[in-house]
Write a protein that binds this ligand. Structure first.
Ligand code: DCP
Length: 259
């Protein structure tokens, strides 16, 4: 049903190194213009370097649903988000989504300013919204320990955040923003298992219950809770569907979740 579909990818492929193909094409044209023999090696190198990072990926996500994108390191999970963001242009296929995206990168960028500024990221302060977000991201406890709470300065003479604090701040920033589609790239990096579980429940499942979400995660518990799962392997779609379909169709899937 198109009216409730928030995101659709149809047979999408993409490569990061398209520039190399263009470069060789340019050399070829220059050789031709200068009357030089063409270097056949260019074809060889073009084929060698242009390896698609995503191959023939199709999926659709309805409004308010959660898609978990799983797969081992380098399988193309972040690249998929980049493609949805428009940073990586597909070489083939079609992408359709209906609007505003909020993106939480693997390593959130922190500019000098207060913690609160870092979360609001230019948006206006709404107390109710802000409080529910920082509660769901378990930042309240961290703020309580700081003399100036969330008015504490970050970077340049202020406090430095731990990896886990930075990750939760990045998540809070992405969730605070009102959007049609949320892209959360490995939001639980550097968190211990208990915190990860709580934030997944409170923030990703409860607070974001009505939001259309893509979460990069390979945790079994998260895959169980997602409405749809995309399991990538070397840029290929190894599996796409629900958790029960995953168990039935790919009983050996857990080997791809490691690393
Ligand atoms: N790649 C690239 N240029 C970029 C980003 C990625 O050439 N700007 C390459 C590196 C990998 C491949 O794309 O070979 C897939 O990388 P991803 O970051 O998309 O892979 P994952 O997100 O799955 O890996 P990880 O879990 O380690 O983040």
């Amino acid at each position: 049903n198109r009216t409730t579909t928030e995101l659709e990818l149809v047979n999408v492929s993409a490569s990061w190194d398209e520039g190399i193909g263009e470069l060789f094409e340019k050399i070829k044209q220059e050789n031709k213009a200068n009357g030089q023999p063409n270097c056949d090696a260019s074809l060889f190198f073009t084929n060698l370097y242009i390896t698609p990072v995503l191959k023939n990926i199709s999926l659709y996500l309805e409004k308010g649903k959660m898609l978990a994108v799983a797969g081992s390191t380098g399988s193309g999970k972040s690249s998929l988000l980049m493609m949805i963001l428009g940073e990586l242009v597909p070489s083939e296929g079609k992408i359709r989504h209906s609007g505003r995206i909020s993106f939480s990168p693997q390593t959130p960028w922190i500019m000098p300013g207060t913690i609160r500024d870092a979360i609001l990221f230019g948006l206006t302060y709404d107390e109710y919204r802000y409080t529910s977000v920082i509660k769901a991201c378990q930042l309240e406890e961290d703020f309580a320990l700081l003399p100036e709470k969330d008015k504490t300065l970050l970077v340049e003479g202020g406090v430095t955040l731990s990896g886990g604090q930075r990750a939760r701040l990045g998540l809070a920033r992405a969730v605070y923003k009102d959007a049609d589609l949320y892209l959360l790239d490995a939001p639980f990096t550097h968190l211990d298992i208990v915190t990860e579980k709580e934030i997944f429940e409170k923030c990703v499942c409860k607070l974001m219950a009505s939001k259309t979400r893509i979460v990069v995660t390979s945790k079994l518990e998260h895959l169980k809770r997602a409405d749809k799962i995309l399991l990538l392997h070397n840029g290929d779609c190894y599996f796409y569907g629900t958790f029960s379909e995953l168990q039935a169709q790919r009983p050996d899937f857990s080997s791809l979740l490691l690393g």
